[in-house]
Design a protein around this ligand. Structure first.
Ligand SMILES: *[C@@H]1O[C@H](CO)[C@@H](O)[C@H](O)[C@H]1NC(C)=O
Length: 180
């Protein structure tokens, strides 16, 4: 009886602390490089404020030594690509990364990818002067995500972010800018 209660308690604790599920056998080399971001969903007030003015963002994953990555996201606002950059340390679970900055806690998980056409990333952020937020982004190698958009929507639903889904007007401007 005691043992049963104990294992129940352990299960409860594990349940609460369970890791976010990432793509099995995550291959970082296939995640690197340039991506279009044709769809996103976030409860971050800053991003929500931008959703009516933004066009397709672009992202670039640069591999660093030790398996860490540099994440660049370019938000197209008006005619300008605004860069947000962070350096992410790899965590024990492949596909899970954490920002080193103490004032701006940011964690990223690659929830799903086919190693080729798309990746779905989940971002949790917590800053000193902002409420915690969660976001999902669809990374696509081509401007039009096709059927991968349906997969992305399923993940939005699972994370409670379907109501925040944004599919900005298509533009490859930032993608071209980081290519040139
Ligand atoms: C991605 O590539 C790795 C090996 O590089 C492989 O083990 C894994 O199954 C691949 N994932 C998919 C979804 O194809």
């Amino acid at each position: 009886m005691k043992a049963t209660l104990l294992s129940l308690a352990v299960l409860c604790v594990l349940g609460v602390q369970a890791d976010v599920e990432v793509e099995p056998n995550f291959d970082i080399a296939k995640f690197a490089g340039k991506w279009h971001v044709p769809a996103l969903a976030s409860n971050d007030p800053m991003l929500q404020g931008l959703k009516d003015v933004m066009k397709t963002p672009a992202a670039r994953i640069n591999l660093l030594p030790n398996g860490n990555v540099e994440l660049e996201t370019y938000y197209l606002l008006g005619e300008k690509c605004e860069l947000m950059k962070s350096t992410l340390m790899k965590m024990e679970q492949p596909g899970h990364f954490k920002e080193a900055d103490e004032n701006n806690k940011k964690e990223i998980w690659v929830l799903a990818t086919d190693n080729a056409s798309f990746a779905i990333i989940y971002i949790q952020r917590e800053g000193k002067d902002m409420p915690p937020s969660k976001s999902l982004q669809l990374y696509s190698r081509v401007p039009n995500p096709g059927e991968n958009l349906a997969t992305f929507k399923k993940h939005c639903e699972k994370m409670g972010l379907l109501g925040e889904l944004v599919v900005p007007p298509l533009s490859d401007r930032c993608f071209k800018e980081i290519s040139g």
